[in-house]
Design a protein around this ligand. Structure first.
Ligand code: SF4
Length: 219
C-alpha cells in the first residue's frame, strides 16, 4: 500500500472540504441519477429528476408502471431519453427480480459485493462506472468509481499507465486505500471537483492543490 494515494486524497480534502455526494434523497434516486448522468452534465440530470419528482415517479414501483413513452418524456432533459428510459425500466425490472422494488436499499442484503456487481453489470445499460456508482453511493458498499476525470488526473500524476482497463485502475485504488466506502465516496467526488476546475483538458496547474506533487510541474 503506497501512502501517495491517501496523501492525494487528504490534499484535495484539505483544499475543498467534503463534497456531500451523491445528490439524491433515496437509494432509488441515486440509482436513477447514475443512469441519467451517462453522457450528460449533471444540470441536465437535475432537470429530468425534477420532472420525475413532479410526476411522483421517483420510486421503483411507480416508475416501473410508466409506459416507455411517458418515462422518456419525463427524462427528456437528460438526453438520449429513449435509451435511458429503456435502461431505467431494465433497472426497475432487475430490482423487481431481486424483490426490492419498493425498497431498493435492501439490494445490499441480497448478495456480497462481487456478486451484486456481477448482477448489476448484467442489467442492460449498466456499465462499470454506473454499477460502481450504484454500489458506492446508493448502497454504501466499497467499490471505487473510475471515470474519465480519474483516468486523466492520475495519468498526469504518473500513477496510471496509458490504456489500463477499468478493472485494473479500480484495483489500484482498492489496493492502495483502506476499503472504506466513506473514503471512496469523498475521494471520487473530490476527483470530479479537481477535473472540473484545475485538471481540465487544458490543465490550469497554477490553481491546482496538487501542483507541488505533480510530475508535470517537476520536470
Ligand atoms: S498540477 Fe496540473 S496536471 Fe497535475 S493534477 Fe494539477 S492540474 Fe492536473
Amino acid at each position: 500500500m503506497s501512502p501517495v494515494w491517501l496523501q492525494i486524497y487528504h490534499c484535495l480534502l484539505a483544499h475543498w472540504g467534503p463534497q456531500h455526494w451523491w445528490p439524491g434523497e433515496t437509494p432509488f434516486e441515486v440509482m436513477v441519477g447514475a443512469i441519467l448522468t451517462q453522457n450528460t452534465a449533471w444540470t441536465n440530470v437535475e432537470r429530468a429528476m425534477a420532472n420525475l419528482r413532479a410526476a411522483e415517479a421517483l420510486d421503483g414501483v411507480t416508475m416501473g408502471e410508466l409506459s416507455d413513452a411517458a418515462l422518456a418524456d419525463l427524462i427528456r432533459p437528460a438526453g438520449c431519453f429513449n435509451v435511458k428510459a429503456h435502461r431505467l425500466r431494465a433497472l426497475c425490472a432487475y430490482l423487481g427480480q431481486e424483490a426490492v422494488l419498493d425498497n431498493p436499499g435492501d439490494l445490499a442484503s441480497r448478495a456480497g459485493l462481487p456478486e451484486l456487481r456481477r448482477r448489476l453489470l448484467a442489467v442492460p445499460g449498466i456499465g462499470e462506472e454506473s454499477a460502481d456508482a450504484i454500489l458506492l453511493y446508493a448502497l454504501g458498499l466499497p467499490s471505487f468509481v473510475v471515470d474519465a476525470y480519474t483516468r486523466r488526473i492520475f495519468r498526469r500524476l504518473g500513477l496510471l499507465a496509458d490504456g489500463m482497463s477499468y478493472d485494473a485502475i479500480q484495483s489500484l485504488f482498492h489496493n492502495h486505500l483502506p476499503r472504506d466506502p466513506q473514503l471512496y465516496n469523498e475521494y471520487h467526488a473530490l476527483i470530479v471537483q479537481l477535473g472540473k476546475t484545475s485538471c481540465r483538458p487544458q490543465p490550469r496547474c497554477a490553481t491546482c492543490p496538487l501542483e507541488n506533487r505533480c510530475p508535470r510541474n517537476l520536470i
